[in-house]
Write a protein that binds this ligand. Structure first.
Ligand code: PLP
Length: 404
């Protein structure tokens, strides 16, 4: 039985903690992590949770307790990972266009580092030479992912060093005697087609022979999760089988001794999350029946930002007749969550739940319109506990210096 929280449980939690509210279900995180581990259990594979999806420190500690490593996108995420108890050797910092100071700081902290530009690779070589192993983030020039805004590996993307510049990489490696320990690619988000990962492996195996000190191949994250009825997730069993075949095929070019890394974010935490809102106002117009909830893109930006689809359910009226609504927020800016969405009849005061709210939900929230960021609750072993307080008025003024 897949792990999930029932509408009744969510209603009780909303009543206790108020709305808008993010709720995370620990056992669902475990289920997702175990799916990965089980699928790859006969291979030399390690999973790094891409924590930018959701960084509440309780989530980080929980993911650590499951045995996962962690992938970070900023030096502060690295520090949060230490705070959550990860040792340096389980922390990976995959950098994107960052100042070299941060790379030097990550090195001083002893974590694993992926470098994504020739410029920083050269600075690293000049400063540290062979003394500290480092990984290279490559851009494989493959177009993949849910849509262009969440695609990162194509030939116009800013991410990674284009694989067509491998000669330049090699000359830096030679010049500074760099110790290259891993090659990394991350092609995009919501990749269902397992062949995309295989294409990535092909690209990497064309060049692995140039890196004799290589120990790991890092295939990034981007696994798809289901968002609506009929959707499916990346088939992990199939992916594992095909990755294994691919590595066996390349056995003579070191396919046998390279450890495989993955960096799943969304796959681990998307479905564990529920965002509960309350209906403020219903407005019937010629164009649509608008349902305004006590939130907006200040709390869940994905629909407006990259047309993400979130299933919505009226948990206050599960059996009512269905009608079509446009679900919007309460901020002064267009903040549509869903157009023409079928919901069971909605009344003011009802709770609407947004599913798949664990990844890139709270994490991308803001105080726009001077509204408070939502609270966060973790449900574990059947018990709901507050893991982040809702903002209060003082939070809006914190850090402001009143000079007038
Ligand atoms: C964001 C990111 C991931 C995770 O992507 P998901 O789509 O959440 O799985 C993995 N690796 C890197 C380098 C990333 O930037």
């Amino acid at each position: 039985m897949p792990q999930s929280l029932s509408p009744q449980q969510l209603k009780t939690i909303a009543g206790e903690f108020g709305t808008p509210l993010y709720v995370y279900h620990a056992e669902k995180i475990k289920e997702q992590y175990e799916k990965l581990v089980t699928a790859f259990d006969n291979m030399n594979t390690v999973f790094f949770y891409a924590c930018k999806a959701l960084t509440n420190v309780n989530i980080l500690k929980y993911v650590k307790s499951l045995g996962a490593n962690i992938d970070c996108s900023s030096i502060n995420e690295v520090k949060l990972a230490f705070h959550a108890g990860f040792p340096a050797e389980r922390i990976l910092y995959t950098s994107n266009g960052i100042a070299f100071d941060e790379i030097a700081e990550a090195k001083a902290l002893g974590v694993i580092i992926n470098i994504d530009s020739l410029s920083n690779l050269e600075k690293f070589g000049k400063r540290f030479g062979h003394s500290y192993p480092v990984g290279i983030r490559l851009r494989p020039n493959i177009l993949a992912g849910g849509n262009l805004k969440i695609s990162t590996g194509h030939d116009k993307s800013k991410f990674g060093i284009p694989v067509d510049q491998v000669e330049k990489i090699l000359s830096l490696v030679k010049q500074y005697d760099l110790h290259i320990k891993d090659l990394h690619i991350h092609t995009g988000s919501e990749i269902k087609d397992v062949d995309v990962f295989l294409k990535g492996i092909e690209v990497l195996f064309e060049i692995v022979a140039h890196f004799p000190e290589l120990e790991f191949i890092d295939l990034g994250g981007g696994f798809k999760v289901p968002y609506q009825d009929g959707d499916s997730e990346t088939d992990m069993q199939l992916l594992a089988k095909k990755v294994k075949e691919e590595f066996t095929r390349h056995a003579e070019t070191r396919g046998k001794d390279l450890q495989i890394w993955f960096e799943p974010g969304k796959f681990i935490v998307s479905e564990c999350g529920y965002f509960i809102t309350k209906v403020n106002v219903i407005k019937e117009t010629h164009a649509a029946d608008f349902v305004s909830v006590d939130s907006g893109f200040n709390h869940l930006i994905r629909p407006m930002f990259y047309d993400a689809y979130h299933r919505i359910e009226n948990i206050s009226n599960l059996q009512g007749p269905e009608k079509k609504y446009s679900v919007v927020g309460n901020i002064c800016e267009t903040d549509t969550f869903a157009w023409d969405r079928k919901l069971t009849e909605v009344n003011e005061g009802d709770y609407l739940v947004f599913y798949n709210a664990g990844a890139y939900g709270f994490e991308m929230s803001s105080n726009f319109n001077s509204r408070y960021k939502p609270a966060e609750v973790l449900v574990k072993d059947g018990k709901a506990q507050l893991i982040r307080k809702r903002d209060v008025f003082d939070d809006l003024l914190r850090n402001q210096l009143e000079i007038l």
